[in-house]
Structure formats: C-alpha cells, structure tokens
Design a protein around this ligand. Structure first.
Ligand code: DX5
Ligand code: ZN
Length: 217
C-alpha cells in the first residue's frame, strides 16, 4: 500500500498543531527530518519537538536521521515517539560503525529500521542489507534542505532496487525523499516506490489535503 509522508520541515511552525491535524487526517506517516549541522550543512530540530508532536500525532512518526553518529541517538528518538527510524549508510560508514548493528539497535527499540542513501551513493550499496533493514530510503535530492529540485536519475535507482528485491523474493518499502510532487509521483510509484515523502508540495500548497490526494494518483 502506498504511504504518503508529509515532511514537517516544510510546515508552518507557528501553526504546528493545525499542520499535524492535517497529517493525521489525510496522510499515512509523519516524516521528521533531524539534521545536526555536521552530516548535513543545516540544523533542524531534535527531541523536544519530537516529544511534543508525539502527544498529538496519530500516524506513525518516520524519523530521518541526518546526523554523524546515528547509533548514539536511536534509543532516545525511539523513546521520544518514533515508530520508524532511518539513518544514512554514509554516516554509519564514516563513523566506522557497522550498519547492521545500527539496524539491529533500531529494531531492538521496537522501531522499523530504514537505510538511507544520498544521490551520489551507488544504489548497489544497499544490496547487502536487503534482508536486514525494514525499508530503504532513496534520497532524490542531497539531504539537508527542503524545496530542492527532484533528481530524475532517482527513478532508475528506485527501479534497480525494486528489481533486485524482486529477484530475491523480497517485498519491502522503498521510500523516496526530495522534490516529490504530483508531477513525479506516478513515475515514482511505477518505478517501485511505496512511501512518498513530500514537504513543499504539501505544506506550501494552497490546499494541502488536496495536494496529498494528488500524490496518490
Ligand atoms: C531533505 C529532507 C526532506 C525534505 C523534503 O534533506 O530529508 O525530507 O524535507 O522536502 P521537499 O519535499 O520540499 O523536497
Ligand atoms: Zn527527509
């Protein structure tokens, strides 16, 4: 089943409750971008906001960690209310950490574990983890900022990953994040994506509920 995950990064923070009510009513997940100013050149938010949102969010929270030491913070994000936690393969490898151990750590916390790659990381790097991780996130922009232009090449990467899964009899979610809109959602679904993250195209739309509905077609 297709899941739409609006990215709260693009929301109106002065009306956060209203934005969350919209996600609860029309979407399937809430995507939460955690940035540390080191793994990516931008800083977003952390535990206090996730904890506060957990009090009103009824859909699962999908926490996307763009931080240098994901293993250090997995448990706290799980406690703060995350149901899905994803981390960058690059971040784990740069820190000399075994991605399999971080995947296991996320699962031990009772969350679904996602592995993320930026657009310059070969999609084949995910193949060794197809059995272990619960879902895979293909960045269709370089992680760090909302509102960037979708990189078309991502479609091919998604279909390569979907084909590899099929050849091994694996059926797991493929999430796509960055520049996703009604203009490319059909192509993304056809390529094999099952979770669409959308920031600007939802929250900057005149009618966000309609924007979510348009992503489903
Ligand atoms: C980028 C974030 C995205 C971002 C998507 O680093 O991971 O989740 O919020 O925003 P849009 O949909 O505006 O590209
Ligand atoms: Zn994200």
């Amino acid at each position: 089943m297709l899941k739409i995950a609006p990215s709260i990064l693009a929301a109106d923070f002065l009306h956060l409750k209203r934005e969350l009510d919209l996600v609860n009513e029309y979407a399937d997940l809430l995507h939460v971008d955690v940035m540390d100013g080191t793994f990516v050149p931008n800083i977003s938010f952390g535990f206090p906001l996730v904890e506060a949102m957990a009090k009103v969010v009824t859909v699962p929270m999908d926490v996307h960690l763009m931080i240098v030491n994901p293993d250090k913070y997995v448990e706290r994000f799980a406690r703060a209310g995350a149901s899905l936690i994803s981390f960058h393969l690059e971040a784990a490898l740069q820190a000399g950490k075994d991605p399999s151990e971080i995947i296991a750590m996320i699962k031990d916390c009772g969350c679904k574990a996602g592995l993320v790659i930026n657009p310059d990381v070969p999609v084949e790097s995910l193949f060794p983890y197809l059995e272990e991780a619960d879902f895979f996130l293909i960045m269709s922009v370089f992680a760090g900022f909302g509102g960037q232009k979708f990189i078309e090449e991502s479609l091919k990467r998604i279909s390569t990953l979907r084909r590899e899964m099929e050849s091994r009899g694996i059926d797991k979610d493929i999430e796509v994040d960055g520049g996703v809109s009604a203009e490319n959602s059909r192509a993304l679904i056809d390529a094999g994506a099952t979770m669409l993250v959308a920031g600007s195209s939802v929250f900057k739309a005149e009618n966000p509920a309609e924007a979510i509905a348009q992503l489903r077609v």
